[in-house]
Design a binder for this molecule. Sequence first.
Ligand code: NAP
Length: 257
Amino acid sequence: MKGRLAGRVAVVTGGAKGIGSAICERLAGAGAGVAVTDIDDEQGQDTVARIEQVGGNARYWHLDVTDEAAVERTFREVRHTFGQIDVLVNNAGIAGVNKPTDEITLEEWNAVMDVNVRGVFLCSKHVIPYLREAGGGSIINLSSIYGIISAPDLPPYHASKGAIRLMSKTDALSYAREGIRVNSIHPGYIWTPLVEALANQAPEGPEAFRHALAAKHPVGHIGEPDDIAYGVLYLASDEAKFITGSELVIDGGYTAQ
Ligand code: NAP
């Protein structure tokens, strides 16, 4: 398949649904071979099927990003299957509990940090040797508007997304001379299963929740997964060859206020 990523290979975590599956489809649509990874095997296989239906090249791996042995093994298998790895998208993330800090248990705190922060660390750690071998590459980390500003809810989520923002800059500086670029993306609200679950828990009901969310974005509505996927595609491509340590905010104006 010809395109901006022809001949490249990308690994996407949390690629089964929501933003992750849109990212897999856009990267494959631009010609990349895509390793779709997730813990939701059924929907992960569905992502692969959608890519193959339109002539793209993808394969599914079950990967829990908190499991270091599985991360190491998966990257080795992806390298063996596709011959190289050029792009990592650290997309897997969870919202976690919605309680004020004084009510959160250590287990609840750690559950969010394990997926959102440790997962980014482990996948970045284990992909670096392959990016080096390929002569460079691009790591794209999904932070959030809540890695830049905050809100009076989801304390561990906000902490984790703030951590991802600076992890991206540190790695950008560490690997710049090796041609490995590292950037973060900061989405506003995007309608995905993650946000749908938050809406379903809202005391005011899901419809009122969605309207209130829309009103918080100056453009008057929340985003869709492709709004983020096209940003990832740009950062993965050579068009972004001078961009590292940067923050791509895609939020309908949310943080401009
Ligand atoms: P989503 O709809 O919940 O999809 C996330 C995927 O990651 C799910 O398939 C989930 O599987 C999987 N996952 C969960 N834990 C995992 C683990 N330990 N290892 C591997 N995969 C795991 O989420 P989304 O809304 O698309 O969000 C994707 C990323 O964008 C997240 O990092 C999120 O924080 C970030 N983001 C989202 C928004 C938004 O408004 N949606 C805004 C800003 C940032 P299960 O469903 O089985 O748990």
